[in-house]
Design a protein around this ligand. Structure first.
Ligand SMILES: C[S@@+](CC[C@H](N)C(=O)[O-])C[C@H]1O[C@@H](n2cnc3c(N)ncnc32)[C@H](O)[C@@H]1O
Length: 245
């Protein structure tokens, strides 16, 4: 790779850009009371692991939204290789523009990406485009237990001070006009398999990269993985399956 962009150096070519896996994407889909949706949008799709699951399971067009064009190119290629190129439309755009680009969304999906514009802000922003009887399925880093070890508390005080307990995120969703159908926490394997187990050795090889920004990003990533190892299950990626109230 000839780039010095820390994101591309660390994540380039990866199918999974955050915790998650196909089994849990399908599990969340099956919690919805219906399977037919006219307009489906995947916000912060990345390389589109979950986009492909949605396209295959729903057999309908999925609008995949991301600001990072290299991830979208990867997704287009993967979709063609998987025989669902015709069911995936990639949009290089900001997820906060979804209501103007897609005024009537039936199913808005977002795995590990809503935090980029703030979980509460994302739900409130998208609400205007979710029709009555429409759904939002979003996974969000959340506190799972009150007694988190200090290493985790201290890391996220700086890294993600807005991280909330599950009950608080449910209240936030309700205040934005959704009812919560279900929540579930991803298991530790969803963080490790195909994600941390690829990132960790990559990050280690970048620790002596000539670019400061790359070295810093690599060492933050290594620290994040160490904290995860000490977290005792105190935080996790949580799926919130929401219906417009
Ligand atoms: C942690 S990755 C998750 C990607 C994918 N959903 C997955 O689980 O593999 C977050 C994604 O959000 C994208 N992103 C960040 N800010 C964004 C924004 N404002 N609008 C759209 N996409 C954004 C990033 O480019 C990245 O692909």
């Amino acid at each position: 790779m000839s780039t010095s962009n820390p994101i591309d150096l660390l994540f380039g070519g990866m199918s999974k850009l955050g915790p998650g896996d196909d089994v849990h994407t399908r599990r969340a889909l099956r919690l919805l009371p219906r399977t037919q949706f006219k307009v489906v949008v995947d916000a912060g799709c990345g390389a589109g692991r979950q986009t492909l699951v949605l396209a295959k399971e729903l057999a309908t067009l999925v609008h995949a939204v991301d600001t990072h064009e290299p991830f979208l190119s990867h997704l287009r290629q993967e979709a063609r290789d998987a025989g669902v190129g015709h069911l995936v439309q990639a949009h290089p755009m900001d997820m906060k523009e979804i209501p103007s680009a897609f005024p009537h969304v039936d199913l808005l999906w977002s795995e590990g990406a809503a935090y980029n514009i703030g979980f509460a802000n994302a739900l409130a922003t998208w609400a205007s485009s979710i029709g009555p009887d429409g759904f939002v399925v979003v996974s969000e880093l959340s506190w799972v237990r009150e007694d988190a070890p200090n290493a985790a508390r201290e890391f996220f005080q700086v890294g993600y001070p807005d991280m909330q307990p599950i009950e608080r995120n449910v209240q936030i969703a309700q205040a934005s006009g959704y009812k919560c159908l279900e929540t579930f926490v991803l298991p530790a394997e969803s963080w490790i398999d195909g994600y941390y187990d690829i990132l960790e050795p990559r990050a280690k090889t970048l620790l002596d990269h000539p670019d400061d920004a790359v070295r810093e990003f690599a060492s933050e990533t290594i620290r994040e993985i160490e904290v995860f190892g000490q977290s005792e299950g105190s935080y996790g990626y949580v799926f919130y399956v929401l219906q417009r109230a």
